[in-house]
Design a protein around this ligand. Sequence first.
Ligand SMILES: [Zn+2]
Length: 267
Amino acid sequence: MEGIIDFHTHAFPDALADRAMAALSAEAPQLPYYHDGRVGSLLKSMDAAGIGRSVLCSIATRPNQFEPILEWSKQIRSERIIPFPSIHPDDPNPGIHIAKVADEGFKGIKMHPYYQSFLMDEPRLYRTYELISRHNLILVLHTGFDIAFERIRRADPARILQVIKDFPELKLVTTHLGGWEQWEEVEATLIGKPIYMEISFTHGYISSDNVMRMLRAHPGDFLLFGTDSPWDDPSEALQRIAQLKLGKELEEKILVRNAQRLLGGKE
Ligand SMILES: [Zn+2]
């Protein structure tokens, strides 16, 4: 299919990639990965799978990582790589930094409640959400549990609903089909509502029947293909979607059109 967009990928600067992948793998040793964490390797895996563009999510694990991540994001952006820089919840200058992300022409920001130690709906995040919303940026926020962390409810469906209620204009993209390993609650409270869901990382954790049922019950304009590459193989992820037999129209929305619309067409 022409123009497939992967809305959830990761890579690191070449000089740091080996160290980053080793550290992340030590936290979740059971989890296989499919490339070495370099942008060049991500591009190769996209070529092999027939993926046109990828949203590359960075995570600032300390406030002072904002600048280096922004600089690197500027270096690697291309027709095919769409970097989402990252804001830390304790960033001392969120107003200046979020404006900078928007002024530099980036489409969105990535945040992660486990790697950045926050609860999704706690008050210290609210100014950040307001600024992201005001600058019309997309926020990709890790939702559900995280395989590498203790099961504290940092971004569960109830917190997602609270943030959406408080920031109806925020272009929030939840990850992992609404919330990793919280799919019963996702199905009970989020499915059917106009909430963007990137759909990576369900394979092996819930049955494809459940995935299919949830995808069919959700508004088709709010689903986005994602792999969490390098922690999944994009070719296999695409094959699994094809096997769900969602029909040409829904499949095209998930793989191409919704992301195209959100990202504002070709860059
Ligand atoms: Zn991820």
